[in-house]
Design a protein around this ligand. Sequence first.
Ligand code: FEO
Length: 174
Amino acid sequence: MSAKVYEAINEQVNNELAASHSYLAMSGVCEELNFPGAAHWFRVQSEEERGHALRLFDFIHARNHGVTLRAIPFEGAQGATLLDVFRASLAQEERVSAQIDALYDVAMQQKEFAAVVELQWFVTEQVEEEKSARDIIARLEMAGTDTRALLEIDRELGARAGGGSSTGEAGEAS
Ligand code: FEO
């Protein structure tokens, strides 16, 4: 694997860990807002991002390189409403999608076909994750300040299964 591609994937390992950290913080904000279902949803998402990091971590080692872990940059998470938190999560996913696209471009330019194949999974995953966040945001926008509707969405978010599958209607992300 070319040094350039290796460096770029190593960077993404760190980016995915940063995303995991950020989602855990969002889970905490949801706890403070008294939405335990959403807090669960973000906790599962945090684990999924760690899974993404480990997937690339394993790939780098399979290609006979080592991984350099860095300090996780973190700006904190905040939000006065559940909608604020999910909008922040969508913005984060859009940033990650841009990172993955740039990484894919480097792998293509360097003709690192094993990396291209590995990264295809991430390209598809980003489409799903952005859609999932947008779907939840749309529902929260419809609910507005209707407490009953918000609690119903929270209940569905709380039904999200951990470890890569999902069961809740509002929890479609893998
Ligand atoms: Fe691993 Fe949601 O980006």
